[in-house]
Write a protein that binds this ligand. Structure first.
Ligand SMILES: Cc1cc2nc3c(=O)[nH]c(=O)nc-3n(C[C@H](O)[C@H](O)[C@H](O)COP(=O)(O)OP(=O)(O)OC[C@H]3O[C@@H](n4cnc5c(N)ncnc54)[C@H](O)[C@@H]3O)c2cc1C
Length: 454
């Protein structure tokens, strides 16, 4: 009988084990999680009437993996309201709304007339000669010009990856955008073709913002964790840190920190890459090269509960991002209770700011008082409000988000070669195949399907 060991109980590991258990209820499946709780970066805290996320805020429904899983689990999603479409960036120290529709782009104060003209010239920009890897910055400047890069693309890299657009790979971070250029010859051409196709099919075409609807759960992302955990009660061991993994004949030997040894026919590594590398580098030294090329910057999350009257109606929207050239001390702020009203008690608003990332890793590690003061000062200045929060919580992710830099696709080929050489060893975590929760769940579900036909 197959004996499956899953190392790491984040949503990648949990969703993999859950799906495999549905397919193969008689297989022995065990999740080893180093912490006392499972869920990894999906972690909602409920305190004093606030529901604040330490990590994942929600998912977009344009990729349906999380939505489909929630339907199967029988838990209802909590849809964001229309404010989720109103997104802002900081420009010259002030908030500027991003266009929701392509037509609004012309009227938007985001770019100068010349900057807008340069964006339209994208239509005449030739397609890249080959499909080589390119940084997000090089791509954006080549196709859209420097202004669009600085005000639009750079904050996008911050919002999703807390990353450095000079290093992030377009192909690995935003594969769809790369495909659109390759397939249609450019982004405007792609948008026009897709809109025409959608019209013919009586559907709505692509807009200017991210596609899909932002959703979470009534009790925050923790609800998804709890629901999966309920079905996996007998399969989870918490406080079980895996320190090493070895091969023993046709089996895998997993060694826990307390020296306990477990044998398995298959091992699925669902932990961050630095930890995976530590576990297997004795037997697979090639993993060290991959690990040294995927940085994990720290990110601190600062949640503030503020009386609504102090905000003077200034939080109607998803939140704002800070382009690098604005030189702010925060990456951006999400106005959680504006899009998910149940995140704050009556009369209060909840917002969360992100600090650190590749740009300013040292700021994420400020002590709690300095970190909080930094965030409050930035909010006061950017939003032009005088706030004194009644609720303050912080959390530091020392290894927050793996960076898919230029060359990432080649690293993933090397990872595939490792899996080919080592039968029964798999990697499923956010450093492989997409960092969004939708990608993580989709990739885990897919592996569970593959294993059932072995
Ligand atoms: C601040 C923040 C906000 C985010 N917001 C969003 C968002 O809104 N939407 C979105 O789609 N994505 C978001 N993400 C990304 C998203 O969190 C992740 O991609 C996803 O949750 C990762 O899940 P995972 O299971 O792959 O990894 P993780 O959640 O990192 O889980 C890995 C697990 O492995 C365990 N582990 C580590 N070492 C060992 C060991 N030696 N032995 C046993 N167990 C071990 C860890 O304790 C952890 O539980 C966010 C990330 C961060 C940091």
């Amino acid at each position: 009988m197959a004996k499956i060991a899953v190392v790491g109980g984040g949503l990648s590991g949990l969703s993999f084990a859950w799906r495999l258990k549905k397919f193969k209820p008689d297989w022995e499946i065990t999740i080893f999680e180093k912490d006392k709780r499972v869920g990894g970066k999906a972690w909602t805290i409920q305190e004093e009437g606030f529901k604040w996320e330490r990590g994942v805020n929600g998912v977009l429904t344009n990729k349906p993996a999380t939505l489909n899983l929630s339907v199967e689990l029988g838990i209802e999603v909590y849809k964001s309201n229309d404010n989720a479409r109103k997104r802002f960036v900081v420009k010259n120290g002030k908030l500027v709304k991003l266009p929701e529709k392509p037509q609004e782009f012309l009227m938007s104060g985001l770019l100068s007339p010349l900057g807008k003209l340069r964006v339209f010239l994208e239509l005449l920009t030739p397609k890249k000669a080959n499909d080589s890897d390119e940084s997000l910055k090089d791509f954006a400047i080549r196709r859209l010009g420097i202004e669009a890069f600085e005000n639009l693309i750079d904050p996008m890299a911050t919002g999703i990856y807390a990353g450095d657009p000079e290093k992030l790979s377009l192909k690995s971070c935003f594969p769809r955008i790369n495909e659109l250029e390759m397939q249609y010859g450019g982004l405007i051409r792609a948008m026009l073709s897709l809109q025409q196709k959608a019209r013919k099919e009586g559907k709505k075409g692509p807009g200017a913002g991210p596609g899909g609807h932002l959703v979470s759960f009534n009790g925050g992302m923790e609800e998804l964790v709890t629901s999966l955990t309920n079905d996996l009660k007998d399969n989870i061991v918490t406080g079980a840190e895996v320190s090493k993994i070895y091969k023993k004949d046709n089996l895998w030997e997993i060694i826990l920190k307390d020296n306990k040894k477990i044998e398995a026919t298959h091992v699925v590594l669902s932990s961050p890459l630095p930890q995976c590398a530590q576990m297997i580098s004795d037997i697979i030294p090639e993993i060290k090269e991959i690990a040294s090329n995927i940085p994990y910057p720290p990110v601190a999350v600062v949640a503030l509960g503020i009386k609504k009257e102090q905000l003077k109606d200034k939080i109607n929207g998803f939140g704002f991002l800070c382009p690098n050239k604005e030189k702010r001390n925060i990456l951006g702020t999400l106005w959680d209770s504006s899009v998910f009203p149940n995140r704050a008690p009556e009369g209060y608003a909840l917002m969360r700011s992100l600090v650190g990332g590749m740009r300013m890793p040292e700021l994420a590690r400020l002590n709690e008082d300095k970190l909080t003061q930094t965030v409050i000062d930035e909010i006061k200045d950017i939003m032009d409000v005088d706030i004194s929060p009644d609720f303050i919580r912080t959390y530091l992710w020392e290894q927050a988000i793996p960076q898919y830099n230029v060359g990432h696709a080649d690293l993933m080929k090397k990872l595939d070669a490792i899996m080919d050489k080592n039968r029964g060893l798999y990697f499923r975590c956010n450093w492989v195949g997409g960092i969004s929760l939708n990608d993580c769940i989709n990739n885990s579900m897919e592996l569970a399907r593959q294993l059932t036909i072995l």
